[in-house]
Design a protein around this ligand. Structure first.
Ligand SMILES: Cc1ncc(COP(=O)(O)O)c(C=O)c1O
Length: 461
């Protein structure tokens, strides 16, 4: 097996033929950006394709190709691209101004909607991204408890800030990745996910833990799933020990349920971070949670109680454009019928793709929960039945093991030339506007890609 993408592949050739304008643009981009990219997750060999426009569940590249889109704005677009009500609100705000450098009424309405929907949200502080929201969550937890250490779970992603930049896809031993201070890494303890005894032992061995943060449905929105029992037990242990429990609901918020994973599980954390759907497809994030913790940001309370306030600025916090789009999106989600519809459609897609794997006699599986899906390419060649695959029964290495495999890249390229766009896991997120026809077309695209791989001898015919 080659180490990298084979250059003589017919699939790669088909992709190149499909996307000549993108190839030219990618070449130019390499003169401007490292790797020609602005986001690590957009890496695709031999080059990424360039998108011109999008509508509903579809997007079109600069070569005129149409795709059923499962990137979904990196998870932000549960309502699909250009939902008319979100568009209307954003257009109206654009005409009124994009930044007032002042308080505005929309920020209050937006924050009130977060309070209304998210169980832990007694107080809200907007940020510009999910990364910033998590950074502030950890800072608040440290300031509140006076304890420096943070527990994270191996493979769980919390953005690119220094406390979260190792132990996700590398540096599983907890050492700092390039550019991160050892002092920060030393204050982050990495725990195996879904292992309550191991987590308990970490708490018992350290009396200076201020916070624990996790993706509540498991690493990468359930690519490595986690049990609700683990989450509930973690709540119990953290409560007992006075450790601040932070749910990273950047993806799960307003997606798993209108109130996020915490509503779905019936487990309320002390704080949670939000982003993506929160801002209706525009940039935005928030940290929200217990009033007694968020009041560390409060000028008057700090003065009255005599503590030093936690500092927080941010030019684009709750900017009017993001607020307008976010309000429109959250109002639609609050009415119901968005999260459930997207989840049902994802379940249908998983079933259709698995039926294709069974028909092709390929031991792979499409799995996932809620409105997410992943294709398990079975790096250890386990004997599995696609429609009966149990992701929870596998270990973390098995589930994340195929991530950078060139075979996955070829699978993605095969899906792209057949009209679908998925992320590198490979997998994606569903919106509530994907149609039955989209799902059928995607399952066919996956099956066609599998046949292309068989043709090249990459998997058994
Ligand atoms: C679970 C999770 N947390 C945090 C982040 C970081 O959010 P942002 O990209 O808005 O900084 C992401 C982004 O994908 C995420 O998936």
């Amino acid at each position: 097996m080659p180490d990298s993408l084979p250059t003589n592949s017919k699939i790669v050739a088909a992709y190149r033929e499909h996307t000549p304008n993108s190839a030219a643009r990618a070449k130019e981009a390499r003169e401007v950006f490292p790797s020609g990219l602005v986001h690590d997750s957009r890496k695709l060999d031999p080059y990424a394709f360039y998108v011109d426009r999008a509508q509903g569940s579809h997007k079109w590249d600069i070569d005129g190709n149409e795709y059923v889109d499962y990137f979904g704005g990196h998870g932000a677009l549960i309502l699909g691209h250009n939902h008319p009500e979100v568009q209307k609100a954003a257009h109206a705000q654009l005409d009124k101004g994009t930044h007032f450098g002042a308080c505005h009424e929309l920020e209050v309405r937006w924050g009130a909607l977060v309070k209304q929907l998210v169980p832990c949200a007694e107080r809200v502080r907007f940020t510009s991204s999910g990364t910033e929201a998590n950074l502030m969550g950890l800072r608040l937890a440290r300031a509140f408890t006076g304890k420096p250490k943070v527990v994270r779970f191996l493979g769980h992603f919390h953005g690119w800030h220094d406390h979260a930049a190792f132990g996700v896809s590398n540096h599983f031993d907890g050492t700092a990745s390039p550019g991160v201070l050892d002092g920060i890494a030393e204050n982050v303890l990495l725990a195996p996910p879904d292992d309550i005894e191991a987590t308990r032992r970490i708490f018992e061995a350290h009396d200076d833990i201020g916070a624990v943060i996790l993706e509540p449905t498991g690493a990468s929105f359930g690519q490595v799933p986690m049990t609700r029992e683990f989450v509930a037990e973690l709540r119990r242990i953290t409560e007992e020990r006075g450790v601040i429990l932070i749910f990273d609901e950047v993806v799960t918020g307003f997606r798993v349920a209108p109130g996020g994973a915490q509503e779905f599980y019936g487990v309320t954390p002390d704080m949670c971070s939000l982003a993506k759907i929160l801002a209706g497809g525009l940039p935005g994030g928030a940290i929200t949670g217990r009033e007694d913790i968020l009041e560390l940001l409060d000028f008057e309370v700090a003065e009255a109680k005599g503590f030093e306030k936690v500092q927080h600025q941010g030019t684009y916090n709750a900017n009017p454009m993001s607020a307008a789009a976010g309000i429109a999106a959250l109002e639609l989600i609050a009415k119901g019928g968005v999260c459930d519809v997207a989840s049902d459609k994802a379940a249908t897609l998983r079933r259709l793709i698995n039926e294709g794997f069974e028909a092709e006699d390929v031991p792979w599986a499409c799995y996932g929960e809620h409105s997410g899906f992943y294709i398990f390419t079975n790096p250890k060649n386990l004997p599995i039945t696609p429609t009966k695959f149990d992701a929870l029964a596998q270990d973390r290495e098995t589930m994340k093991g195929s991530r950078t495999d060139w075979l996955v890249t070829k699978l993605r390229l095969g899906i792209i030339v057949n009209g679908g766009d998925m992320n590198s896991k490979p997998g994606g997120v569903m919106s509530c506007v994907h149609t039955d026809e989209d799902l059928e077309k995607t399952a066919d695209a996956v099956r066609s890609a599998v046949r292309m791989l068989k043709d090249e001898g990459d998997i058994a015919a």
